[in-house]
Design a protein around this ligand. Structure first.
Ligand SMILES: O=C(O)COP(=O)(O)O
Ligand SMILES: [Mg+2]
Length: 225
């Protein structure tokens, strides 16, 4: 008998399942060059990611002289997206143990979902390139329901439960966008310490914290709804 406590486990993408910061940094710096701004070192990009690509670009511009006009911002954002779409998995790879953890959950009969603030088409493309897309019964992005319904709104997580036909779900993320969305959806949330955490991991408001994906199954098993 399967006594695992959840039917569905949803995953955030950037900073949780996938270390995407190198390719996001290259796309960001393509836009920064167009703006005449200095590049952001790859490692520092980790602190700028969260809430979608517009927020990442805005933070980088704020740090290097401030925001341009809305029209110029739109042009820079389009350049960032164009570069990213052509270079989506040059550096990106799953975090250590992530694929084995997905295997272990699927062996327990758990269905998997991706709920990200990344545009849905980019989430599908990067997961497809890495050979992971087929594992997920649903992939929801920051534009799937419209930007105002992206995380920290609970709406994408509620959509996941509706499409999966079960409210017995947990979520795994790396930022307050994730933990706040899960809390608002009434869903237990595990946070990873190795992601692009927007504050100290202990301050994220997660129900459990993990240092490595090897710890995910026991962390989820310890959470009861
Ligand atoms: O693209 C972002 O800014 C965040 O994406 P995530 O929701 O997968 O972390
Ligand atoms: Mg994330």
């Amino acid at each position: 008998m399967n006594d695992f406590p959840f039917d569905i486990v949803g995953f955030d993408l950037d900073g949780t399942l996938l270390d995407t910061h190198g390719d996001l940094a290259d796309a960001l710096n393509h836009a920064m060059a167009k703006a005449g701004r200095p590049p952001v070192p790859h490692a520092e990009t980790r602190d700028l990611i969260g809430g979608g690509s517009k927020k990442m670009l805005g933070r980088a511009l704020d740090l290097t002289g401030g925001r341009p006009s809305d029209a110029e911002f739109g042009r820079l954002h389009a350049a960032l997206l164009d570069h990213y779409s052509r270079n989506i998995a040059n550096h990106t790879k799953p975090f250590p143990g992530a694929v084995a953890a997905l295997d272990a959950l699927q062996e327990r009969g758990v269905r998997l979902a991706v709920v990200t603030n990344k545009y849905e088409r980019f989430a599908r493309e990067v997961l497809g390139t890495l050979g992971l897309a087929e594992r997920f019964f649903v992939i929801l992005g920051g534009d799937t329901l419209g930007p105002e319904r992206s995380k920290p709104s609970p709406d994408l997580l509620i959509e996941m439960t509706e499409r999966g036909g079960s409210a017995n779900c947990a979520y795994v993320g790396d930022t307050t966008y994730d933990t706040q969305a899960a809390r608002a959806a009434g869903m237990p949330c595990v946070a990873v310490r190795f992601g692009f955490c927007d504050r100290e991991p202990e301050q994220l408001g997660a129900d459990a914290l993990i240092d490595h994906f090897d710890d995910l199954i026991p962390a989820l098993a310890s959470l009861s709804r």
